[in-house]
Design a protein. Structure first.
Length: 465
C-alpha cells in the first residue's frame, strides 16, 4: 500500500522540501512553504495488475481464463476494442488528434455507465463545467449520475475521487493535471508521469476503472513520457480525418483483450454513432464500373473491411510527375508504380498519379497492393474493374502476387456484401478449403495476369469521361 510522507511545498514555485524553511531555496520567497502530506509509492511493490487477484503461486489449470468480472459497456464497438467490457481497476489511455472526438466518446461512455445507477466522475482539466454541459446537451445526456469536476489540481481530484467513490473515473486530459508536490510546470514530463502514477495507484487500490485522455504530439505519438504507455493497461487511439465523419478506435495495447481491434464510429449531429457494418458504409457512394476504382478487402485487426481504392492518372505538366497518396503508404505507392511500369509495361512515367482510399481510412496492409495497382492501371487504360470483383494480394518486386493472411475471413466479408468474384494470389487458392457459397475465387500468379482478369474492356463506362 502507498506510504505517505510530509513535504513542505512552496506556494510560489511549487518546489518541495524535506523540512520547513523560512525562505524557499528555489525561488527565494519568504514564508511560502506549506506542510503537505504526499502519498509515496512503496518501492519495488507495484500495484497488482488485477485488484483482488491472489498473490500466491497457482497451478496453471486452476487459474480461471478470464478471472475478472467486467463492467459491460452497452456501446458495442467500444466494448469490443476494450476486450469485451471494462475490467475494474484497469487504466485506459485514449489518445488522438485534437477535435477528433475523445471527449465526446468518453462523455457518451460516462452516460451509458451512469444509466445503471452508479456514479461516474468526469474530471475536466481543459474545459469548464459549462462547456461539458453544452456537449452533454448536444448528446442528450440528462442523468444526474455523471458528476463533472473541472479541476486540474491532482491532490484535490484524488480527494474528490475518494469522497465520491465513483464507479468509473475519466480524466480529460492527463497533461492538464498538475501536482503541488512536483516542482516542474504543468504538462511537463515529470508532472505527467508522476500524476498518472498516483492516479493509477488509486485506481488499482480502489478498483475503479480509470480513463485517461492523452494528447498527441505533431508526429502523432502520445505527448509526455513514453513510459505512460507502459504503465497503463490499455492504449487506444481515436483516428480519422477531420473532414470525414468516420472515426476508428484502435487498440494498440491491451492487457485484457486482443490488440489491433478496431471499432468504427461516425461523428454525427448527436455524438459518435456506431457503424456496425463498416464495409457497407465505406462502399456506399461507389460508382460501379468507373475507371480508376478497385475494391480491396483489408483486415483491421481480426475484422475484414472492404474499402474502395481510387486512382487517377493524368498527363503531367511537370518535368517530374507527381505521386500523391491519401490513405495508402507513399512508399508503397512508389513501389507499386515501379512494378506496374517495369513488369506490366504500363506507361506511367509522364503521368501524375493520385491514389485515395475512400472514407478517410488508412490502409497499411500489403494485401491492398493488388487493388491499388488495379485502380492505377484501370485509370491509365481507362478500363473499369468489374463491379462484382474484389481484390486481395501483395505485389512483389518481380511482379508476382504473394499470398496474405486471414483469407477465409476476407472472402466471407466479400460474399456478405454481394461480391460474386474475388481475385487472389494463385498460391492462396490451393490452400483454400471451403470458399463461401456463391463466391468464385479466381487465382492469378502475376500482376499482369491479375490485370487481365480484373480490367474490363474500355466500354462506355460511367465516370470515365
Ligand atoms: P471533441 O470530443 O471535443 O474532440 P477532442 O476531445 O478529441 O478534442 O470533439 C470535437 C468535435 O466533434 C467538434 O469539431 C465538434 C464535433 N462534434 C460533432 O460533430 N457532433 C457532436 O455531437 C459533438 C459533441 C461534437
Ligand atoms: Mg477534448
Amino acid at each position: 500500500m502507498a506510504k505517505t510522507k510530509t513535504r513542505y511545498v512552496c506556494q510560489t514555485c511549487g518546489s518541495a522540501q524535506a523540512k520547513w524553511m523560512g525562505k524557499c531555496p528555489d525561488c527565494g520567497e519568504w514564508n511560502t512553504l506549506v506542510e503537505m502530506v504526499i502519498q509515496e509509492p512503496a518501492p519495488g511493490r507495484p500495484a497488482a495488475l488485477v485488484a483482488g487477484a491472489p498473490t500466491t503461486p497457482q497451478p496453471l489449470p486452476d487459474i480461471p481464463a478470464d478471472g475478472y468480472e467486467r463492467i459491460p459497456v452497452p456501446i458495442g464497438e467500444l466494448s469490443r476494442v476494450l476486450g469485451g467490457g471494462i475490467v475494474p481497476g484497469s487504466v485506459v489511455l485514449i489518445s488522438g488528434d485534437p477535435g477528433i472526438g475523445k471527449s465526446t466518446l468518453l462523455l457518451q461512455l460516462c452516460a451509458v455507465l451512469a444509466e445503471d445507477g452508479g456514479k461516474v466522475l468526469y474530471v475536466s482539466g481543459e474545459e469548464s463545467a459549462a462547456q461539458i454541459k453544452l456537449r452533454a446537451e448536444r448528446l442528450g445526456i440528462t442523468t444526474p449520475n455523471v458528476l463533472v469536476l473541472a479541476d486540474t489540481h491532482l491532490e484535490s481530484v484524488m480527494a474528490h475521487i475518494e469522497k465520491t467513490q465513483p464507479r468509473v473515473v475519466v480524466v480529460d486530459s492527463v497533461q492538464s493535471i498538475y501536482s503541488d508536490a512536483i516542482s516542474s510546470g504543468a504538462g511537463s514530463v515529470t508532472q505527467v508521469r508522476d500524476c498518472s502514477t498516483q492516479l493509477l495507484r488509486l485506481a488499482k487500490s480502489q478498483t475503479f476503472p480509470l480513463f485517461l485522455v492523452g494528447h498527441v504530439t505533431k508526429e502523432g505519438a502520445i505527448a509526455g513520457p513514453r513510459v505512460l504507455e507502459h504503465m497503463v493497461d490499455t492504449v487506444l487511439y481515436l483516428e480519422g480525418e477531420r473532414f470525414h465523419s468516420f472515426r476508428l478506435l484502435r487498440s494498440v495495447k491491451n492487457r485484457f483483450g486482443s490488440t489491433n481491434e478496431v471499432g468504427v464510429f461516425e461523428m454525427a449531429e448527436k455524438g459518435l454513432v456506431e457503424v456496425r457494418n463498416p464495409s457497407e458504409a465505406f462502399l456506399a457512394e461507389r460508382l460501379p464500373n468507373s475507371a480508376g476504382s478497385a475494391i480491396a478487402v483489408t483486415m483491421e485487426g481480426t475484422r475484414p473491411i472492404l474499402v474502395e481504392v481510387q486512382a487517377l492518372t493524368s498527363a503531367t505538366s511537370f518535368a517530374q510527375p507527381r505521386r500523391t497518396a491519401n490513405g495508402v503508404d507513399f512508399n508503397r505507392l512508389l513501389l507499386i508504380t515501379a512494378v506496374l511500369s517495369k513488369r506490366v509495361r504500363a506507361r506511367l512515367a509522364d503521368q501524375d498519379i493520385f491514389v485515395n482510399v475512400v472514407g478517410g481510412l488508412e490502409v497499411q496492409e500489403p494485401a491492398a497492393d493488388l487493388a491499388i495497382a488495379a485502380a492505377i492501371a484501370s485509370s491509365a487504360r481507362n478500363r473499369p474493374v468489374a463491379a462484382d470483383l474484389a481484390l486481395v494480394g501483395e505485389v512483389g518486386l518481380s511482379g508476382e502476387l504473394r499470398s496474405v493472411g486471414q483469407l477465409p475471413r476476407r472472402l466471407n466479408e466479400a460474399a456478405k456484401l454481394g461480391f460474386t468474384r474475388v481475385l487472389v494470389p494463385k498460391t492462396a487458392t490451393r490452400k483454400l478449403e471451403h470458399p463461401p457459397a456463391g463466391l468464385q475465387v479466381l487465382g492469378a500468379r502475376t500482376l499482369r495476369e491479375a490485370l487481365e482478369i480484373a480490367l474490363m474492356p474500355a466500354a462506355a463506362a460511367a465516370g470515365s469521361g
